[in-house]
Design a protein around this ligand. Structure first.
Ligand code: PLP
Length: 366
């Protein structure tokens, strides 16, 4: 890794990820656990966390969104099964996927024919999972098309249909809709069985479903967010932290940052920290988010800038250059949660951790 001097880092606690994966695996058993590490493990560092999981046998395999993400795992020496959850395009990417032994998602008859053709040309076997649309409305074939895809692929020597799956849109919020999606899945599974399908890995559950809908667990659960500790009952793995680089005292009437969105209504002590929207600490946090310094909540003052953010440390006597500042995570008895930042930004906690930019080094701690 390039030399790290700037103090802004995302610290990832391996012990938290380990504990979270163990809890998911225990809950899902006998279903297998697919550890979803797409988007750089939701910002947590895909290669390092996949290595941890493989080394310690914490997951059966990995879920990624693209062939590129799968190739990165293979390049890092990971040997476990990898399922590409996205729909592959251009179709030439099937060649790369098959060569790297990545399982692919097939969501249309066209893609089914293309993967078979790619495998035939390579003289290799392509392993695929057929994606059923049950109400997510993203990628997936409806039941009659899934049957056609299965018929097209199941007789071929160069393709192995390893599984069938769907994705639940609202397992965290809507049990009725989740139940309806699972009912469509069951009907399709029954029909495939009537056509002689045996030994397919059937899966539907994300983290919320794996924890809350036992019937959704089937043969495998695909979990991301809970593994990173961003779900009730799990331990958050990421702390985004830095150090104060500048401290000043200002008089009443002083303005802070671009466009004067903050004016001091009294004399204040203000710290500057080297993190901003270039790090994924977005401008929506301006004047609203809290940063932890000296174990206390300190309000962001003025607009967050690309590389620096100002914070009110009037109440933190000991705050000085070098003081630790936590933007996300715990410090002492206080904690800034991803949910709290998401509420400020009008988004979801997934986005808060995933958006921490590539500029921020991920450092791994036990
Ligand atoms: C197809 C698929 N399966 C599983 C997951 C994991 O979901 P979660 O992070 O909610 O566990 C995702 C993530 O969005 C996904 O797209």
């Amino acid at each position: 890794m390039a030399q790290v001097l700037r103090p802004t880092v995302a610290e990832i606690r391996l012990s938290a990820v380990r504990k979270n994966l163990q809890k998911l695996a225990r809950t899902a058993a006998p279903a297998r656990l697919l550890f979803v590490v797409k988007a750089n493990a939701y910002g947590h560092g895909a290669v390092e966390l996949a290595r941890l999981a493989e080394r310690e046998g914490l997951a059966w395999g990995f879920g990624v969104s693209s062939v590129e993400e799968g190739l990165a795992l293979r390049a890092a020496g990971l040997k476990s099964p990898v399922l590409v959850l996205g729909s592959l395009y251009p179709f030439e990417s099937f060649v790369e996927a098959i060569n790297a032994d990545l399982m692919v998602t097939i969501a249309s008859l066209d893609a089914a024919r293309q993967v078979a053709e790619a495998a035939r040309k390579l003289g290799k076997t392509a392993a695929c999972h057929i994606k059923l649309e049950t109400g997510m409305g993203r990628i997936g074939a409806r039941k009659p098309s899934v049957i056609k895809i299965y018929d097209e692929l199941s007789g071929r020597a160069d393709v192995r249909v390893a599984g069938v799956y769907t994705h639940l849109s609202s397992a965290d919020t809507d049990p009725d809709y989740t139940g309806a999606q699972l009912a469509i899945f069951s009907e399709t599974a029954a029909e495939l069985e009537l056509r002689g399908a045996r030994g397919l890995v059937m899966h539907a559950a994300n983290s919320a479903a794996a924890m809350n809908f036992p019937v959704s667990r089937m043969d495998m659960v695909r979990c991301g967010i809970a593994a990173y500790g961003q779900a009730p009952g799990f331990e958050p793995a990421m702390t985004l932290k830095t150090s104060v680089v500048f401290v000043k005292n200002v008089r009443e009437g002083a303005y802070i940052s671009y466009n004067r969105s903050f004016r001091a209504d009294r004399a204040m002590k203000i710290a500057t920290i080297p993190a901003g929207y270039g790090d994924g600490y977005i401008r929506r946090f301006s004047n609203k988010a809290d940063v932890l310094i000296g174990g206390r909540r300190c309000r962001v003052l003025g607009n967050v800038t690309m590389d620096m953010t100002m914070v009110d440390v009037t109440a933190v006597k000991e705050a000085s250059v070098g003081s630790e500042a936590v933007l996300l995570g715990r410090q002492g008895a206080e904690e800034v949660t991803a949910q709290e930042l998401a509420d400020i930004a009008g988004t979801i906690h997934y986005e808060i951790v995933t958006q921490i930019s590539a500029r921020v080094p991920r450092v791994f701690a036990e």
